[in-house]
Design a protein around this ligand. Structure first.
Ligand code: SAH
Length: 463
């Protein structure tokens, strides 16, 4: 994998100063997945080119398997395009090899940092699955790049195999070097959409730091963010929220339909649960798997609910919940209405008895399927409130999410994502066994083929 950056700036050899890399030397940096070599194929006052050659060792990567996502068949760990195609590894190499330039520092000639220079970049091979040339253009053109894109066929000997997802891309722009590097840092992995190592919270910080000053105004910022933070919807959601905060845009001003859907699905869900609870006349509610307490905060605003209890297995979620409720400053009369405790939905618990209603919002899919029977008994047999509301994702809808087309799930901790049929069968069977009537409701916009993104069952005790 090789990337070259050329400038014809009037004193082109300034590129060496800006990059902190001497044009006469070959330099190498160690990466956890191999090595990156930096050298200058040409260097003159009129035209200077720096090359970044990535030498990735796929075998070594498998040995240090923390870099792998762990998915896929085992041979794929050895036979893959990692050594040849640009991906998140190129970003890692860029940030290691050119960190000072990317941060906008140049000790010897600081005045160069903010000079716009004509640059030509050539990325020897970039993979752009699901989007191809169209996507490459959508990501780079809004930032002022002129593009020359060549698509490669799968195999020159077998023309009939057709085209591949690989492209050679040439980019031209007059721009500051630090901007160019941060664009490449973010957009190349966004194109590849194939992060090879675990994406952590820290990735959000990196994305926001490198995207500062341009990503918040990019028309494709949602796509860039979610492709960069592949599959982890919740992470890209946090990143987008922070981007928008930084840009001071109110959610209502965002034009994109996708953003609207993204923002409101959980709100739609919680509002539906709230409405159903209100309609039922329940006065006491237990929120099982309450998480950070979004539903509890809504319930608290309604006088109808005299006693509100939240239970979760996670201590840190409960701590967050208390914090979000401003527990310490809460008026004593409000505090009296709430109780929070740690507990597991798969063990009998006397504390769950005696409520009018239970809400179990986006929780069952976190339970191992072989624990569902215990869950059923805990909720429907032991706690047995008059009303039980259960919501869960509708797995059929996943094909509408670009990152999930290949059969992934919406959250790394989900054990299953049921189809409407599976959810209905399970609920009906539970209802019959424990003497509850069941009704079903779609949550979110209904697609005629795959239904709504999320689904709800309402169990009412007795006939
Ligand atoms: N109901 C909340 C949170 C949903 S996330 C909301 O809609 O915003 C799922 C929650 O279920 C997490 O907070 C997780 O800690 C909790 N959970 C997972 N397994 C559990 C179990 N066995 N018992 C209780 N809570 C559980």
């Amino acid at each position: 994998m090789i990337l070259t950056i050329t400038t014809t700036h009037k004193n082109a050899s300034d590129l060496g100063y800006l990059l902190h890399k001497h044009p006469d030397k070959l330099q190498s940096v160690d990466l956890s997945i191999g090595k990156a070599h930096i050298f200058y194929p040409e260097s003159s006052p009129e035209r200077t080119t720096v090359a970044l050659l990535l030498d990735i060792d796929p075998i070594d990567m498998v040995r240090g398997s923390k870099h792998l996502s762990g998915k896929g068949f085992s041979l794929a760990q050895y036979v893959n395009d990692r050594p040849y195609a640009s991906s998140s590894f190129l970003s890692v190499a860029l940030s290691k090899a050119f960190s000072t330039a990317m941060n906008g520092t140049c000790a010897k000639k600081p005045e160069l940092v903010d000079v716009e220079m004509p640059f030509e970049v050539k990325i020897s091979v970039v993979s752009a699955p699901r989007g191809g040339e169209f996507l490459i253009r959508k990501l780079f053109e809004p930032l002022g790049y002129e593009l020359d894109i060549e698509r490669h066929i799968l195999d020159t000997k077998f023309q009939e195999w057709g085209e591949s997802k690989y492209f050679t891309v040439e980019l031209k722009n007059s721009i500051k070097l630090k901007e160019l590097l941060s664009h490449l840092y973010v957009l190349i992995p966004a194109l590849a959409n194939d992060k090879h190592y675990f994406v952590s919270q820290d990735e959000i910080n990196k994305l926001l730091a490198k995207g500062k000053g341009w990503l918040e105004n990019h028309p494709e910022k949602e796509q860039i963010t979610s492709r960069y933070l592949v599959n982890l919807k919740s992470l890209s959601r946090i990143a987008l929220d922070r981007l928008n905060e930084e840009n001071d845009i109110q959610p209502t001003e965002l034009s994109s339909v996708h953003k609207e859907k993204r923002k409101t699905l959980h709100d739609v869900r919680l509002n539906m649960v709230l409405t159903k609870l209100k309609e039922s006349g329940a006065k006491t509610v237990v929120d099982l798997g309450c998480g950070e307490g979004k539903l509890i905060r809504k319930l608290l605003k309604e006088k109808q609910f005299e006693r509100i209890t939240g239970m979760d297995i996670s201590y840190s979620e409960l701590t967050k919940c208390k914090k979000r409720l401003h527990w310490d400053e809460m008026a004593p009369r409000q505090k009296e209405r709430i109780e929070l405790f740690q507990g597991a939905l798969t063990y009998r618990d006397k504390r769950l008895e005696g409520y009018d209603a239970a809400a179990i919002v986006e929780v069952i899919e976190h339970l191992d399927e072989n624990r569902l029977q215990s869950f059923e008994r805990v909720v429907f047999e032991c706690a047995s409130p008059k009303l039980v509301i259960v919501t869960t994702p509708n797995g059929e809808y996943n094909i509408k999410y670009e990152q999930l087309m290949d059969g992934g799930m919406r959250h790394t901790d989900h054990r299953f994502e049921w189809t409407r049929n599976e959810f209905e069968n399970w609920s009906n069977q539970v209802g019959e066994k424990h003497n509850y009537q069941v009704q079903f409701f779609p949550i979110g916009e209904v697609d005629e083929n795959v239904g709504a993104p999320s689904q709800m069952a309402i169990f009412t005790y007795g006939n």
